[in-house]
Design a protein around this ligand. Structure first.
Ligand SMILES: *Cc1c(COP(=O)(O)O)cnc(C)c1O
Length: 416
């Protein structure tokens, strides 16, 4: 597609084009940050009014039963599970991704204390999202049992990092910065050959790429709902636990929502059987209720069609940047190989921060990640081919004119 006209033709033939109308997108914006905060589903407005006016305002305490608040984490979990290859009863929507990492890591380590009691290594990736590494470090410090974190990097590839000392492998399915996509089936099988349990962080994968947790025989997974699933800012996260592991141990955030009979008000903790034991306390119902609006749109799209469009759009983005922005110091960070690419494209540029601020000022909203990385999230539910053309056209203009080099584009706010 070498012209905007060709992009418009592709948009007219796009089987997912109609889904865009489910979202409220601000005029004059091309939104390439759906991997950080998804957009507003149109139904969320009416749903939030209903939750606030009727369920809270009128129903009050009765709504725990009458509006289904108490069952919401499991009901939404079942719906979300259909996007990630989970069966019913394997997912709850709850807490944050960071907290769910803590719970899944604790449960995985407890299982290994029984199955492989001498193992003391947790493997992750140097390039993983920081909270994943921080949560592992916090767990190691809490346990004081000689656990160590071993990081995969250029010096230590995955195959070399996995040996019979390793208890748990914790990886992001799609890397937040580079967009690298792990082969979940092969990587999980490799870990299992060494007796290692896997935790997959699906923050940049759920709703963006095909995921089949049971097909991969994975062990644990966590992820966000406010990114590709369009759940709203800070909407609760999810946790998936393979049925075979659910009842082996409790997780240590053993709050009353994970109790078998929370309203028995018993003195002693007795975990619920199944995935409910991965709940902790009372959930933010207003925010959680809105997640369903985004999930319902995501479930309308066929995942194979969504994936094909995502790859076509990211291919187009890469091709256009390389053709039209030639001569500027942009380096592709994202894998070209389809099988290794998630749903965003990253380029590094020595002045990446200022270039991104200049793009945002022109309504092309992506984001910036240290070091020097311009990140463009491609969400096929509401982006089209002409959007990609227009975004690259703006990037080309900013680079050709040097307009990114204004003082205001070098100022850093607290969230980048
Ligand atoms: C976005 C993201 C998170 C976010 O964690 P929160 O607890 O929701 O702040 C965690 N891990 C990865 C890989 C992410 O991309």
């Amino acid at each position: 597609m070498h012209t905007r006209e060709a992009c418009l033709t592709a948009d007219r033939h796009d089987p997912l084009a109609a889904l865009k109308h489910h979202f409220d997108l601000p005029a004059g914006v091309i939104y390439l940050d759906g991997n950080s905060l998804g957009v507003l589903p149109k139904t969320a407005r009416a749903r939030s009014a209903e939750v606030i006016d009727q369920e809270w305002g009128t129903g009050l305490i009765r709504s725990w039963n009458t509006a289904g608040w108490f069952d919401l984490p499991a009901r939404l979990g079942d719906k979300l599970g259909r996007l990630i290859g989970a069966n019913g009863g394997e997912v709850v929507v709850t807490d944050t991704t960071s907290l769910n990492l803590f719970k899944s890591l604790a449960a995985a380590l407890r299982i290994q204390q029984q199955d492989h009691p001498e193992r003391r290594v947790i493997v992750s990736e140097r390039d993983n999202f920081p909270t994943d590494l921080y949560m592992i470090q916090g767990m190691i410090d809490l346990l004081q049992q000689g656990y160590q974190l071993r990081l995969i990097d250029d010096q230590t590839p995955l195959e070399q990092a996995l040996d019979d000392d390793v208890a748990v492998l914790l990886l992001s399915h799609v890397n937040y910065r580079t967009g690298y996509l792990y082969d979940m089936v092969a990587t999980t099988a490799l870990a299992h050959r060494h007796g290692i349990l896997t935790i997959w962080d699906l923050a940049h994968a759920a709703g963006a790429v095909p995921v089949d947790l049971n097909g991969a025989e994975a062990d644990f997974a966590v992820g966000c709902t406010y990114k590709y699933l369009n759940g709203g800012p800070g909407s609760p996260a999810f946790i998936w636990v393979a049925a075979r592991h659910q009842d082996r141990f409790w997780q240590p955030l053993s709050g009353w929502w994970g109790h078998q009979h929370p309203f028995a008000m018993a003195t002693d903790y007795q975990p619920a059987s199944g995935i409910r034991r991965f709940l902790c306390g009372t959930q933010p119902i207003v925010s959680m209720s809105l997640i369903e609006c985004g999930l319902d749109v995501a479930l309308e799209a066929d995942m194979a069609t969504l994936r094909a469009k995502s790859l076509a759009l990211t291919d187009l983005f890469i091709e256009l940047v390389e053709q039209r922005c030639q001569g500027h110091p942009l380096t592709l960070v994202t894998p070209r190989e389809h099988a290794r690419r998630g749903s965003h494209v990253s380029f590094s540029h020595p002045q990446g921060f200022a270039v991104m601020q200049a793009l945002i000022a022109r309504g092309v909203i992506g984001d910036y990640r240290e070091p020097e990385v311009l990140r463009f999230g491609v969400t096929p539910l509401y982006l089209g081919y002409a959007d990609i053309w227009d975004a690259v056209d703006t990037l080309k203009d900013i680079l050709d004119s040097g307009s990114w080099d204004r003082p205001e584009f070098h100022q850093r706010p607290s969230v980048t």
